[in-house]
Design a protein around this ligand. Structure first.
Ligand SMILES: [Zn+2]
Ligand SMILES: [Zn+2]
Length: 1018
C-alpha cells in the first residue's frame, strides 16, 4: 500500500521531515561512499562572506551549486563538497565597527586591534554557523564542518608564497598615484571593486572665474562639480586645437560650448597655453609658491562645461597624470579620513561634503563665482559602506599586470563560459585592466608580508617558516597571522643584515584571499598530507578541514566547474585566474556558469529599507525550499531574476499537476492492490503486453531523460524545468486522461507504465526538488519495492535507450490537433461536454491513425483529414498602392476579394480578377466567418469543427451534464470510488433512452423516478 496523499503538499513540513530523515539515515554519506573512487568531478566553491545570515540572493547560487553537484553525484562522480567562507577584509570590519559603534580608524585603534580582531573572528564564527544552518535548510549537501576559512594561517601563507613569487619576478612595486578612496574606510579602493558601485547623485555645479594676471579685466571660466578640489587647483587645461573666445564681460570660454555668444577676441587653445592666473584660494597657506597657468590637453571635451578644465593633481587620476607630463605641483587637500589639512586655513578639519557649501559662499563673496546650480550624474560609492568616494594620492602596493596579461588572455580562452558573453566580458576586462592595487590601510585582513629596509632592499616573506627564520623579534607572541600580533614581528634585512626591519602596516585586497583557494585548499606543493591541517590561526577550532598533499592537488586541479554571479567576473573569477596563471600558467577552472542579478518580483532591487527584501527564513516557511529552488532554476542565466511570492504561488500551482498525478496512482493503486515491480525502473514494464498509449508514455519518458540530460550537460537548468513541465503535462493531460478507465478496473500494463513514468520523472527533477522527489520516492519506490534504494539519490541517474521518435511525433501532433480543436470550440462558445458531429483536420502528417483518440478528446462522432472548410481572412485592396497603379480596376478587385475569389500564389502574393498582386497590395483584415464552422489553425495545422447541434446531439449533451452532476454529488457525499448507488431522476423521460450509459458512468444499480435529483448508497 502507498501512503495516501493530502490534496496539496505542505512543502515546509515535508522538507523538515526529509531533512531529519537524511540526517538519521546518513543518506549523503552513503551517496559519497557509493561514488568514492569513481570518476572525479571537481567543483570549487566561491567563498561566501561570513558576516550575515543566509539571504535569498545567496540561496540562488547555492541552489545552482547543489543542483549540479547532485546531478554529477547521480552519475557516479566522486566530489569534494567543500564549502568556503570569506572571513576578513572590509566587509567583516565594517560590520563589526557598526556593532561596536566605532566611527573611524582612530576609534578602532583606541578600542585595540587585538580585541577588534577577536570580535571580527567571533562575527565570522557566528555567521558561518548561520550560513550552514540556512544552507542545510535549503537542501544543499556539502561537507559541513570541513569548510575552508580564508583567514586561516594556511590560506594566508599560501598568499604570501604567491606575493613572494610576484616579487621575485619583479612585478610587485610601490606606486605613488591617484586612486579612488573611501574616506570613511580610510583606504584606497581598487578598480575591480568599483564595478557596479556607481549610483545617481546630485552635486553642485559651479562656474568659477580664474582672473588672468597679464590680461587685466579678463578671466578664464572653468566648471566643476567637486568644490572641495578647488583649493587644490594648480592649472587650467585647454584643448590646443579648439577655438576659445573672449566675451564682452571679460570671460574666456570655448566657442563651441557657447556658439551664440558674441566674442571680442578669438584664439586657438594653443595660444592660451602659458597664460598665468590667480588661483581660487591663493590666500591659503597651501597655495603658497604655486604658479597657476594654462596647459594643453587633448582630452579636454567640448561636450560639457566651458571647455576649460580645472586641474588638481591631488584629487584626480587624469590630473595626476598631467602633473607628470607638465611638471605641475601636487596639492593634497584632504587626509585619509577626507578632512582638510591644517594648511587650508578655515577649511581645516572640514570633510569634502561639509566644505562644499562654504566654498561656494566664499567664492561668491570674493566675486569669483560666475554661476552655481546642481548637476545629476553617476558617481562611485564605496561598495562596503556606501560612502561617496573621493580621489587621493596614495602610496599603494601594486602587482604589475603587463607581463602576465597575454597569458591571462590565453588562459581565459580555454574556459567554457555560460552564458558565452561572460567570457567576452572577462576578455575585455583582462585587456583593459590596470595594475592590481593590493594594499588596504585597514586592520583585520591578510597582512602583506612586505618588509622594506632603510637600505632600500625589500624583503617579501613567502611562508611562515621563512618568517620564523628571519625574525629578530616578536615571533613568540605571534598568535596568528593577523594584526596586531604580526606587526610586532621584526626581521633581518636579507641584503644588509640590519635587524629590526618592520612590516608595512597595510593589509591585502580580499580578492587575494579568495583567489588563492584553488591552491591553499587542495594542498598545492605540500609534501605531506596534514589531517586537520587547514584549520590554523583564526580558523583553528572552526573547521576540521585537512591540508592535502600535492598529489591531491594534481587530482582536483583545475576545477571542472565553478559558478557565481556576474560581478565575480572582475572579482573572484579574475583573482583566481590571475593567481593561477602566475603560479602554474593555467586557468583554475574549465567551465563557468554565471548568472545575472536578483530583483524583487516587480523588477526592483531588494532593499531592507524598502520593505521588499525577503529573508531566507521567511521564504523557507512560506514557499518551501523546493519552490525556491525551482524559481532559481527556472531562470535563464542571462537575464535578471524577479524573485518573490507571486512567482512562488504560480510554481506551487503548476506542481499540483504532478502531485495530482501521483495522487491518482496512489489512490487507484491502493484500491486495485497494485504492487510495483522494481525492475521496471530500468526501461519500463517488461513481460506485459503494452498498448500503443503505454508504449508512447514509455518513449515519452525516455525523451524526458534524454532532454533533461542534455539540459544539465549544457548547464541550463531552465531547460530542465521546461522539459519537465511539458512531460508532466503529457503525463497528466494525455496519458492519465486517456487511460483513466484502465485504472478503475485493474490493468497491470497501465499501472506499471504510469508508475515507471512518474518515478522516472522524480529522478530527473530530483536535483532541483530534492525534498519532494525523495518524499515521493520513499512512498512509491523505497517502501513499496523490496530491495529498492531508500533514497532517490542512491538510485543513480536514469539511463534509458533512445525513444521511438516517430511515435512521439505522432502523439505530439495529435495533442496539437486536440488543442486547436478545443480552441475552435471555445471561440464558438460550445462547451467541451457537448458532443458534436464532426471535425476536419488539414495539414496533419502523422496523426492519421489516431482519428479515434481525436474524436474522443474533442467529443465528435467523426474526424476527417484533408477536407472541410479552410480559414480565410478578409482581404481589402490597399488603395494607396493600387489606386495609382490600377485605377479604374480597383472596384472590381475589391468585389472579387470580398467574394473570396483570391488564389494564393505563395510568398503572400495572390491572383484576383486576373491581376497578380504582391503582399503589400492588399490589407489582411479579420478572419472571415464561415457559418456553422469554428476554425483554429497554426503554421501547419488547421482544425475545423462543425458547430451545428441537432436534437440528438443536444440530448447526448444533457446526458453528459447529468453524469457530471451525479459524479460531483458522489464526491460531495464522500462516497468511495467503488460504492454503488441508487439514482433518483426528476422528469427527463428522454434521458432514460440512455439508461445503461448513465448507470455505467455513475455506478448506479438502478434509476428511479422522483421529484428531485438525489443519490443514495445502494
Ligand atoms: Zn567605505
Ligand atoms: Zn637592508
Amino acid at each position: 500500500m502507498f501512503r495516501q496523499l493530502p490534496p496539496v503538499p505542505d512543502h515546509p513540513a515535508l522538507e523538515e521531515e526529509i531533512l531529519t530523515w537524511w540526517e538519521e539515515c546518513g543518506i549523503f554519506d552513503q551517496l559519497r561512499e557509493r561514488n568514492r573512487g569513481g570518476p572525479v568531478w571537481s567543483f570549487i566553491d566561491g567563498p561566501v562572506t561570513a558576516n550575515k545570515t543566509l539571504g535569498v540572493h545567496t540561496a540562488w547560487g547555492r541552489t545552482l551549486k547543489d543542483v549540479f553537484q547532485r546531478y554529477k553525484a547521480l552519475r557516479g562522480f566522486d566530489q569534494r563538497y567543500q564549502n568556503g567562507f570569506d572571513c576578513q577584509g572590509l566587509w567583516i570590519e565594517v560590520g563589526v565597527e557598526r556593532e561596536l559603534g566605532l566611527n573611524s580608524k582612530r576609534e578602532i585603534e583606541e578600542y585595540g586591534l587585538a580585541e577588534f580582531a577577536r570580535k571580527c573572528r567571533e562575527k565570522v564564527a557566528w555567521s558561518a554557523q548561520e550560513l550552514i544552518r540556512g544552507s542545510k535548510r535549503l537542501g544543499q549537501w556539502m561537507d559541513w564542518g570541513n569548510d575552508y576559512y580564508t583567514f586561516s594561517d594556511t590560506n594566508i601563507a599560501y598568499i604570501w608564497g604567491f606575493l613572494k613569487l610576484a616579487h621575485d619576478r619583479g612585478w610587485l612595486y610601490r606606486g605613488h598615484r591617484s586612486t579612488e578612496w573611501c574616506p570613511r574606510c580610510g583606504t584606497s579602493i581598487s578598480a575591480h571593486e568599483l564595478v557596479g558601485s556607481y549610483e545617481e547623485r546630485i552635486d553642485p555645479s559651479l562656474f568659477v572665474r580664474f582672473p588672468l594676471i597679464d590680461r587685466p579685466g579678463q578671466s578664464l571660466t572653468i566648471w566643476t562639480t567637486t568644490p572641495w578640489t578647488l583649493p587644490a587647483n594648480v592649472a587650467a587645461a585647454v584643448h590646443p586645437d579648439e577655438e576659445y573666445g573672449l566675451q564682452e564681460n571679460g570671460e574666456w570660454v570655448a566657442v563651441k560650448r557657447y556658439p551664440d555668444e558674441t566674442y571680442v577676441e578669438r584664439r586657438r587653445g594653443a595660444e592660451l597655453v602659458g597664460w598665468r592666473y590667480d588661483g581660487p584660494f591663493d590666500h591659503l597657506p597651501a597655495a603658497e609658491g604655486i604658479e597657476h597657468r594654462v596647459i594643453e590637453w587633448d582630452e579636454v571635451t567640448m561636450d560639457e562645461g566651458t571647455g576649460l578644465v580645472h586641474i588638481a593633481p591631488g584629487c584626480g587620476t587624469e590630473d595626476f597624470e598631467l602633473s607628470r607630463v607638465h611638471d605641475l605641483p601636487i596639492v593634497m587637500p584632504v587626509d585619509e579620513a577626507g578632512h582638510f589639512y591644517d594648511r587650508f586655513g578655515w577649511l581645516h578639519g572640514l570633510s569634502t561634503s561639509e566644505s562644499a557649501e562654504q566654498i561656494v559662499a566664499d567664492l561668491a563673496e570674493r566675486g569669483r563665482l560666475v554661476a552655481a546650480g546642481e548637476y545629476a550624474h553617476r558617481y562611485p560609492f564605496c561598495w562596503r559602506c556606501n560612502t561617496p568616494l573621493i580621489f587621493r594620492i596614495a602610496d599603494d602596493w601594486f602587482i604589475s599586470v603587463d607581463e602576465v596579461r597575454p597569458r591571462l588572455l590565453a588562459a581565459n580562452a580555454t574556459v567554457e563560459w555560460t552564458p558565452a558573453y561572460f567570457g567576452k566580458r572577462m576578455d575585455d576586462w583582462l585587456r583593459n585592466m590596470g595594475d592590481w592595487n593590493i594594499s588596504r590601510r585597514r586592520y583585520f585582513g591578510l597582512p602583506l608580508p612586505i618588509y622594506p629596509c632603510a637600505c632600500g632592499h625589500v624583503t617579501v616573506i613567502g611562508s611562515r617558516a621563512e618568517l620564523e627564520e628571519l625574525a629578530t623579534a616578536g615571533i613568540d607572541q605571534l598568535a596568528e597571522l593577523h594584526r596586531p600580533w604580526i606587526d610586532a614581528v621584526e626581521v633581518r634585512c636579507q641584503a644588509c643584515g640590519t635587524e629590526g626591519v618592520q612590516r608595512i602596516p597595510e593589509i591585502g585586497d580580499v580578492w587575494l584571499d579568495a583567489g588563492i583557494v584553488p591552491f591553499s585548499t587542495l594542498g598545492w606543493q605540500n609534501p605531506e598530507w596534514v589531517e586537520g591541517g587547514y584549520g590554523t590561526g583564526a580558523a583553528k577550532g572552526l573547521t576540521g578541514a585537512d591540508l592535502p598533499d600535492h598529489n591531491y592537488w594534481q587530482t582536483w586541479f583545475p576545477a571542472h566547474w565553478v559558478s557565481e554571479m556576474r560581478e565575480q567576473i572582475r572579482l573572484w573569477f579574475y583573482s583566481q585566474l590571475f593567481m593561477s596563471v602566475c603560479l602554474v600558467d593555467k586557468a583554475p577552472f574549465r567551465s563557468v556558469l554565471g548568472y545575472e542579478k536578483m530583483l524583487d518580483e516587480h523588477g526592483r532591487p531588494m532593499h531592507g529599507s524598502w520593505g521588499n527584501l525577503i529573508p531566507a527564513e521567511e521564504a523557507f516557511a512560506r514557499m518551501g525550499a523546493d519552490v525556491m529552488r525551482w524559481q532559481y532554476c527556472d531562470q535563464p542565466p542571462d537575464r535578471d531574476l524577479f524573485f518573490g511570492y507571486g512567482p512562488a504561488h504560480e510554481i506551487k500551482r503548476k506542481l499540483l499537476t504532478l502531485w495530482n498525478s501521483v495522487g491518482f496512482l496512489v489512490r487507484y493503486g491502493n484500491i486495485e492492490g497494485f504492487r510495483p515491480t522494481l525492475d521496471d525502473l530500468a526501461s519500463g514494464p517488461a513481460g506485459v503486453e503494452l498498448r500503443a498509449l503505454d508504449r508512447w508514455l514509455v518513449a515519452r519518458t525516455g525523451k524526458l531523460v534524454a532532454d533533461a540530460t542534455a539540459a544539465l550537460e549544457e548547464q541550463l537548468t531552465y531547460r530542465l524545468i521546461a522539459v519537465f513541465e511539458s512531460f508532466v503535462d503529457d503525463l497528466s493531460n494525455w496519458y492519465i486522461r486517456r487511460s483513466r478507465r484502465r485504472f478503475y478496473a485493474y490493468d497491470d500494463a497501465a499501472f506499471r507504465t504510469l508508475w515507471f513514468a512518474i518515478v522516472t520523472g522524480l529522478r530527473v527533477i530530483s536535483p532541483v526538488m530534492p525534498f519532494l522527489a525523495d518524499h515521493l520516492w520513499r512512498n512509491l519506490v523505497a517502501d513499496a519495492c523490496e530491495g529498492a534504494p531508500e533514497s532517490v539519490f542512491l538510485a543513480g541517474w536514469p539511463e534509458i535507450a533512445q525513444p521511438d521518435g516517430r511515435l512521439l511525433a505522432e502523439i505530439a501532433e495529435v495533442r496539437r490537433i486536440v488543442e486547436l480543436g478545443r480552441e475552435a470550440r471555445g471561440t464558438a462558445g460550445v462547451k467541451l461536454r457537448q458532443p458534436l458531429r464532426r471535425v476536419y483536420v488539414r495539414g496533419a502528417r502523422l496523426a492519421g491513425e489516431h482519428a479515434h483518440e481525436i474524436a474522443e478528446e474533442l467529443r465528435v462522432d467523426e474526424v476527417g483529414f484533408d477536407q472541410g472548410p479552410v480559414a480565410r481572412v478578409r482581404l481589402l485592396p490597399n488603395l494607396r498602392v493600387l489606386g495609382p497603379r490600377l485605377g479604374p480596376k480597383v472596384p472590381e478587385i475589391k468585389a472579387a476579394l470580398e467574394r473570396g475569389e483570391a488564389e494564393e500564389l505563395g510568398d503572400g502574393r495572390i491572383r484576383v480578377a486576373g491581376e497578380e498582386l504582391d503582399a503589400d497590395d492588399v490589407i489582411r483584415g479579420e478572419r472571415v466567418e464561415i457559418p456553422g464552422w469554428a476554425i483554429a489553425d497554426d503554421v501547419t495545422l488547421s482544425v475545423a469543427v462543425d458547430t451545428e447541434i441537432d436534437s440528438e446531439l443536444e440530448l447526448r449533451g444533457r446526458v453528459y451534464e447529468l453524469i457530471h452532476t451525479v459524479n460531483t454529488m458522489r464526491k460531495d457525499a464522500g462516497l468511495e470510488l467503488t460504492d454503488r448507488i441508487v439514482l433518483t431522476l426528476p422528469g427527463g423521460d428522454d434521458l432514460l433512452r440512455h439508461e445503461d450509459w448513465i448507470k455505467a458512468e455513475t455506478l448506479a444499480t438502478r434509476i428511479e423516478r422522483g421529484n428531485s435529483l438525489t443519490i443514495a448508497k445502494a
